[in-house]
Design a protein around this ligand. Structure first.
Ligand code: URA
Length: 211
C-alpha cells in the first residue's frame, strides 16, 4: 500500500474550514468538492493514457488522451457521494459505480446495503471515494469488492485518515494489489466511538444533515 498525504496551502486551508464545527452544510459541501478536486489532481498522476493524433489550426501533432477502458470512480454511499462532483469535474469521462456500505455503530463492522458495479473490473483503474478512513472497515470491504471483480489497481481518496485505518488497509491488502491512499492529512487517531481525532465529525451528517 502506498500513502500520499498531499501538502498544499489551499488544501490545509480548506481542510481547516471543514474541521470547524461552525461551518454550515452548504459551505461544507462546496469545500468538500473543491478539496476532492485538488486531491484528485494528485490521485490521477498515474492514470492510463495513450497517444492520439490531432490537428491543431496550424499542424498535425501527437497529443495524449485517457486510455480505454476508462477509469471507474466508486463513491461509497452515503458520504462518498459528496466527493463525486469534485472528482468527475477532473475526470469527466470516468464511469461511475456505487457501493453502499455503512458501519454498524455497535460492532463497527461494514455492512453492504447497495452495490452497482460492473461485473468485470479486470484492468480497470478504480478510484474509491470515502471521506473518512477511520477503522478502515468500510474501505477494506470496498477494496475486497473490487478485488472480487478483478480490479488490482485501486486508489482511495479520503479527506482524512487515521493511523488505525491505514494499518487495517495495509494488513488486509498485503502485496495482493496496487493500492494507494491519497489524503489531505493523517490525524492523531480514533476516540472510543471510532471517530477521527481531531477529525471533522460525522462527514455524512455534516454534508447532508442528521437523518
Ligand atoms: N466516519 C466519519 O464520518 N467521521 C469519523 O470521524 C469517522 C468515521
Amino acid at each position: 500500500m502506498r500513502l500520499h498525504v498531499v501538502e498544499h496551502p489551499l488544501i490545509a486551508h480548506k481542510l481547516t474550514v471543514l474541521r470547524d464545527e461552525r461551518t454550515p452544510s452548504p459551505t461544507f459541501r462546496q469545500l468538500t468538492e473543491e478539496l476532492v478536486t485538488l486531491l484528485a489532481y494528485e490521485a490521477t498522476r498515474e492514470v492510463g493514457t495513450e497517444p492520439v493524433r490531432i490537428s491543431t489550426p496550424v499542424t498535425s501533432t501527437i497529443g495524449t488522451r485517457i486510455a480505454d477502458p476508462q477509469p471507474i470512480v466508486v463513491p461509497i454511499l452515503r458520504a462518498g457521494l459528496g466527493m463525486l462532483e469534485g472528482m468527475t469535474r477532473l475526470l469527466p469521462t470516468a464511469e461511475v459505480g456505487f457501493l453502499g456500505l455503512q458501519r454498524d455503530e455497535d460492532t463497527l463492522e461494514a455492512i453492504t446495503y447497495a452495490n452497482r458495479l460492473p461485473d468485470d473490473l479486470t484492468g480497470r483503474q478504480c478510484f474509491v471515494l470515502d471521506p473518512m478512513l477511520a477503522t478502515g472497515g468500510t474501505l477494506v470491504a470496498s477494496i475486497e469488492y473490487l478485488f472480487e471483480r478483478g480490479a488490482r489497481d485501486v486508489t482511495a481518496i479520503c479527506l482524512l485518515a487515521a493511523p488505525e485505518g491505514l494499518g487495517a488497509v495495509e494488513e488486509a491488502v498485503g502485496d495482493r494489489a496496487d493500492v494507494t491512499i491519497v489524503t489531505a492529512a493523517v490525524d492523531e487517531g480514533l476516540n472510543e466511538k471510532a471517530y477521527i481525532v481531531p477529525g471533522l465529525g460525522d462527514a455524512g451528517d455534516r454534508l447532508y444533515g442528521v437523518v
